[in-house]
Design a protein around this ligand. Structure first.
Ligand code: ATP
Ligand code: MG
Ligand code: MG
Ligand code: MG
Length: 439
């Protein structure tokens, strides 16, 4: 992409409404624009990153054997009356009446809708196990939308639902989600720690929230510092293997890690004092096994091996796709701007032309741009006539992992400058080598 043809409305001033760094940088880097409280337009740069994050989520869900689909944003209130949640959900639900006077709502989550789809089409245990998911906009009329996309009213979420014959099978689905989530977050350069969460009225141990540690997080968390040494890494896993998934769950959940909702001082005291940590975290996902709550209420049964109708065991599993942009920035930035992890960066490299209009500099930039493209790497080429300082500031703000700076003086010696955003280190080398280094 050439900067002169792009739409990147960078702000010079710090927007006064932004209280935390991720919100500030997202506005300054021209990634989002608020349209009304807690509702945002995604400008091209923000949209690109949102799609990169979405793609990682899709790839990891499909890898785990989960099936993508798409459900609508608007739902009929009738299904929610069946489950009893139309009244229970309260003020967070945006209720809408259509021209025929029918009660509708903008979906805050999809348990009812998916259970209705399931019961309409699946009637035998032979069609299980089944895990369906979608990535779709949600609406929750949060009492205090804030921190930009972190707590929006309209937000983008992956939500998946498993249907299984037995509790045992459903717990395997739970474990599979835990593993796939660990992989998902690590690919985004994030450490998200599974923490025991509150099972709500259903109770039980079967819910974990994934938290990214950050001072600006809204949850208070308590954990054994050993847990931050764990990495999923590039290990191969067979998602069909009950033992393998269970082993990962045990490895990642055996140390103390809880949010304030489930924190227990007495158990925490058993962790050696030097390893006890209290911090803040951002919830970027949650997994849940809830048994037959919805299948009982909505009559989602299958014919079991014994021929009898059996309610299916279900769980739901969410990832805050749009919130993740904020969480990644909170975890990866400096005072000049964002530092995108390679996995989600909107462009692989920035090219700064120090003297646009200079035939040699222009030609060198074009050659680098073309060479990167030939390798499948997208660059953002600043071909404008802005002064060098402004170009550097913009590149630092938008946080691409690499910058190649091209100017007449360097070209006389046959070199360009390659700079790493993360380390700030620069190196002079011939253009072809700079390109190789990035690839
Ligand atoms: P929170 O505790 O932050 O209100 P939640 O527990 O109500 O979140 P879930 O129902 O677990 O949210 O939804 C799954 C994921 O969707 C959350 O883990 C979070 O990452 C994301 N999410 C929830 N509410 C919002 C919101 N208002 N804005 C952006 N993302 C959200
Ligand atoms: Mg909430
Ligand atoms: Mg929560
Ligand atoms: Mg939650």
């Amino acid at each position: 992409m050439r900067m002169s043809r792009y739409f990147l409305p960078v702000l010079k001033e710090n927007p006064s409404e932004a209280q935390i760094v991720s919100h500030r940088y997202m506005l300054r880097a021209g990634m989002i624009k608020q349209s009304s409280s807690g509702i945002y337009s995604w400008l091209p740069l923000g949209f690109k990153i949102l799609k990169n994050i979405e793609n990682i989520v899709h790839e990891e869900q499909v890898r785990a054997g989960h099936i993508p689909m798409l459900m609508p944003t608007l739902q009929s209130a009738d299904l929610w009356r069946e489950s009893g949640r139309y009244d229970d959900y309260g003020e967070e639900m945006l209720r809408i009446t259509d021209r025929h006077g029918r009660d509708m709502l903008y979906g805050p989550t999809n348990e009812e809708l998916i259970t209705d789809i399931f019961r309409s089409h699946v009637s035998s245990y032979k069609d299980l196990p089944l895990t369906l998911y979608h990535i779709q906009w949600k609406f929750r009329d949060e009492i205090r939308p804030r921190f930009g996309v972190m707590r929006g009213r309209e937000f983008y979420m992956k939500d998946g639902y498993n249907f299984d014959l037995t509790k045992e099978d459903a717990l395997h689905a739970y474990n599979r989600h835990l593993v796939s989530y660990l992989r998902t977050y690590e690919r985004m350069g994030l450490q998200a720690i599974p923490m025991r969460a509150d099972g709500g009225p259903i109770g039980g141990d079967y819910t974990h929230e994934f938290l990214v540690l950050a001072e600006t997080g809204e949850s208070e968390v308590f954990y054994d510092s050993e847990i931050t040494d764990l990495r999923f890494g590039d290990r191969q896993i067979d998602y069909d293997s009950v033992e393998q998934c269970q082993a990962v769950l045990e490895e990642f959940t055996s140390r103390y890690a809880r949010t304030d909702e489930t924190h227990d001082e007495a158990i925490f005291a058993e962790v050696p004092e030097a390893r006890r940590r209290t911090a803040r975290g951002i919830e970027v996902g949650q997994i849940f096994y809830f048994g037959t709550k919805y299948s009982d209420a909505m009559g989602a049964t299958v014919q079991g091996p014994d021929g009898k109708p059996t309610p299916v065991h279900m769980g739901s599993h969410g990832i805050g796709v749009s919130r993740l942009l904020g969480a990644i920035i909170e975890a990866s930035h400096d005072d000049k701007g964002i530092i995108w992890p390679e996995g989600v960066t909107p462009f692989h490299c920035g090219i700064v032309n120090l003297k646009s209009g200079d035939a040699e500099a222009d030609a060198a930039c074009e050659a680098i741009y073309g060479a990167l493209a030939a390798l499948g790497l997208e660059a953002l080429y600043d071909d404008t006539s802005e002064r060098a300082g402004g170009k550097f500031a913009t590149m630092d703000l938008i946080g691409l992992p690499w910058r190649i700076t091209v100017g007449p003086r360097g070209l006389k010696n046959g070199v360009v400058e390659l700079t790493s955003r993360r380390t700030g280190e620069s190196e002079e080398l011939p253009p072809e080598q700079a390109v190789e280094r990035i690839a």
